[in-house]
Design a protein around this ligand. Structure first.
Ligand SMILES: NC(=O)c1ccc[n+]([C@@H]2O[C@H](COP(=O)([O-])OP(=O)(O)OC[C@H]3O[C@@H](n4cnc5c(N)ncnc54)[C@H](O)[C@@H]3O)[C@@H](O)[C@H]2O)c1
Length: 418
C-alpha cells in the first residue's frame, strides 16, 4: 500500500539535496546501507517508524529500504518535520505522514495511518507509536515482532509499560547504547540546542546567565557548549550526585527558586514535567528566555504561562513574547517543544550517523533472531562496539589492540606491586 500526506510535494527536489548533504556525513550508516543492499536482510519486513522527519532520518529510512524493508513513517513531534525531506521521501515510495505544524489530533492521525500499514517492526522516538498500538490499535499488536526506541523519555515510558505487564513485544532501547547517549544526547543536543536558541533569537550568549535544568546527558552537553560561548552557566538538579558533578565541572548549582530571579536564558533538559512553573515565572527578569530541549513540551508549564499572560505576540519564527500582568515580558521559544528540532535542524548528521546505525543494526538483530519475550532490551554489546569501531575507521583514527600479555594481565590476580 503506497500512500502519503505531506505539506508540499513540490519541495521534493530541495529535500533530496538535503538528504544527500546529510548522507555525506554519515559514513557508518552508508556502509551498513551498502551491506543491506547486497544481503537484503530486511526482505518481507514492514517498518512503522515514528521519528523526527529530518534529513538524517531519511538516510536511515533509505538504508532500511535498501535492506528490503517497506517503510511507513510519521513524525515524532508536531514541529520537527522538515517538509522538503518528507516530500522527497514520499516521492521515493515511502508512505510518509508528516508535516511541520501538525495539531495534536493530526499528529495522532499520522501515527494511526502509519499503524494502518501493519508494521512487523516499529521504530519509535518517545514511544507515542508503541503506546497508540497498545491502547487504540491492539488488533495489530500480534503482527509486531519487535521494535526500537530512540530516546530517554521513550525508554522510561516503555520500562513503565514493562513493569505494569502491559508491553506486548520486545523493544531494543537504542537510546541506552553507549554510541547513542554518550554522543547524540551530549554532543548532538549540546550543539543543536544552542543552534536552535540562536536561530530563534540571534542573541549574544557571552556574559548571559544561562540556566540548564537537569545535568543528565543532554544537560551536560548544553552546559558545555553554552560555557564555550562565554555564558555563565548555572545548573539546577534534583539528583545530588549529578548536582555535585556539575559543581566539580565548574558550574554554579542553584535551586530553581533561587535561579529564577537571575537567569537570562532557561533551558530544560530533564525529561520531567513542570520543571519551570508559575512560582518561578513570577520571579523572572523582564526579557528572560524559556526554551526546552527535553522530549515532550511539558517541562515548562505552558498553562501557568498562559494564566500569567495578558497578551502574546510572535516576534520572529519560534519566538513568542508573553506580556505578564505587571508588564514584564517573557519569551517562549518554539512553543516549549524541543528547541533544537523545532527552531533548528536537530542533531548534526555526524552524530545521527551513530544513533541511526544502532537503529539499523538493531532492526536487523530483531529480524534475524527468534521472537524475544516482551521486555526492554539493551542494544547488544557487539553492535554498540562495531558502531564505535566503524566510526573511528571512518574518521581515519587508529587505536591500539591489547597484547596477549596485557589480556592475560587484566584477567589475572597474581601480579600486584613489583
Ligand atoms: N533535544 C533532543 O534532541 C534530545 C536528544 C536526546 C534526548 N532528549 C530528551 O531529553 C531529556 C533528557 O534526556 P537525558 O538523556 O539527558 O536524560 P538523563 O536521565 O540523563 O538526565 C535528566 C536529568 O534531569 C534531572 N532532573 C529530573 N527532574 C528534574 C527537575 N525537576 N529539576 C532539575 N533536574 C531534574 C535528572 O536528575 C537527570 O540528571 C529526555 O526527555 C530525552 O528524551 C532530547
Amino acid at each position: 500500500m503506497k500512500d502519503f500526506k505531506v505539506k508540499d510535494e513540490s519541495l521534493a527536489a530541495q529535500g533530496r539535496m538535503q538528504i544527500e548533504w546529510a548522507s555525506k556525513h554519515m559514513p557508518v550508516l552508508n556502509q551498513i546501507k551498502k551491506r543491506f543492499a547486497e544481503e537484503k536482510p530486511l526482505k518481507g519486513v514492514t517498518i512503522g517508524a515514528c521519528l523526527h522527519v529530518t534529513k538524517e532520518t531519511a538516510v536511515l529510512i533509505e538504508a532500511l529500504m535498501a535492506g528490503g524493508a517497506e517503510v511507513a513513517l510519521c513524525g515524532s513531534n508536531p514541529l520537527s518535520t522538515q517538509d522538503d525531506v518528507a516530500a522527497a521521501l514520499a516521492m521515493e515510495g515511502v508512505s510518509v505522514y508528516a508535516w511541520r505544524g501538525e495539531t495534536a489530533d493530526e499528529y495522532y492521525w499520522c501515527i494511526e495511518r502509519t499503524i494502518d500499514h501493519k508494521p512487523t517492526i516499529t521504530l519509535d522516538d518517545g514511544a507515542d507509536l508503541v503506546s497508540t498500538l497498545h491502547s487504540k490499535r491492539t488488533e495489530f499488536l500480534s503482527n509486531v515482532k519487535g521494535g526500537t526506541e530512540e530516546t530517554t523519555t521513550g525508554v522510561l515510558r516503555l520500562r513503565a509499560m514493562e513493569r505494569a505487564g502491559a508491553l506486548k513485544y520486545a523493544i531494543i532501547a537504542v537510546n541506552d547504547a553507549h554510541t547513542k547517549y554518550l554522543f547524540d544526547n551530549r554532543y548532538g543536543t549540546g550543539q543543536s540546542t544552542i543552534d536552535g536558541i540562536l536561530r530563534a533569537t540571534n542573541i549574544l550568549l557571552a556574559g548571559k546567565n544561562f540556566v540548564v535544568c537537569g545535568y543528565g546527558w543532554c544537560g551536560r552537553g548544553v552546559a558545555m557548549r553554552a560555557k564555550g560561548m562565554g555564558a555563565n552557566v548555572i545548573i539546577t538538579e534534583v539528583n545530588p550526585l549529578r548536582a555535585l558533578e556539575a559543581v566539580m565541572d565548574g558550574y554554579r548549582v542553584m535551586s530553581m527558586n533561587e535561579v529564577a530571579e537571575i537567569g537570562d536564558i532557561f533551558v530544560t533538559t530533564t525529561g520531567n514535567i513542570n520543571v519551570i512553573r508559575k512560582e518561578h515565572m513570577q520571579k523572572m527578569k523582564d526579557g528572560a528566555l524559556l526554551a526546552n530541549s527535553g522530549h515532550f513540551n511539558v517541562e515548562i508549564n505552558l498553562k501557568d504561562l498562559e494564566e500569567l499572560a495578558v497578551s502574546k505576540r510572535t516576534i520572529r519564527p519560534n519566538l513568542e513574547e508573553v506580556t505578564l500582568k505587571d508588564g514584564r515580558k517573557l519569551y517562549l521559544l518554539a512553543e516549549g517543544r524541543l528547541v533544537n528540532l523545532a527552531a533548528a535542524e536537530g542533531h548534526p548528521s555526524e552524530v545521527m550517523d551513530m544513533s541511526f546505525s544502532n537503529q539499523a543494526l538493531s532492526v536487523e538483530y530483531i529480524v534475524k533472531n527468534e521472537r524475544m519475550p516482551p521486555r526492554v532490551y539493551p542494544v547488544p554489546r557487539e553492535i554498540d562496539e562495531s558502531v564505535a569501531k566503524l566510526k573511528l575507521e571512518a574518521m581515519g583514527i587508529r587505536i591500539d589492540n591489547l597484547t596477549e600479555e596485557q589480556k592475560k594481565y587484566l584477567t589475572a590476580w597474581e601480579m600486584g606491586t613489583i
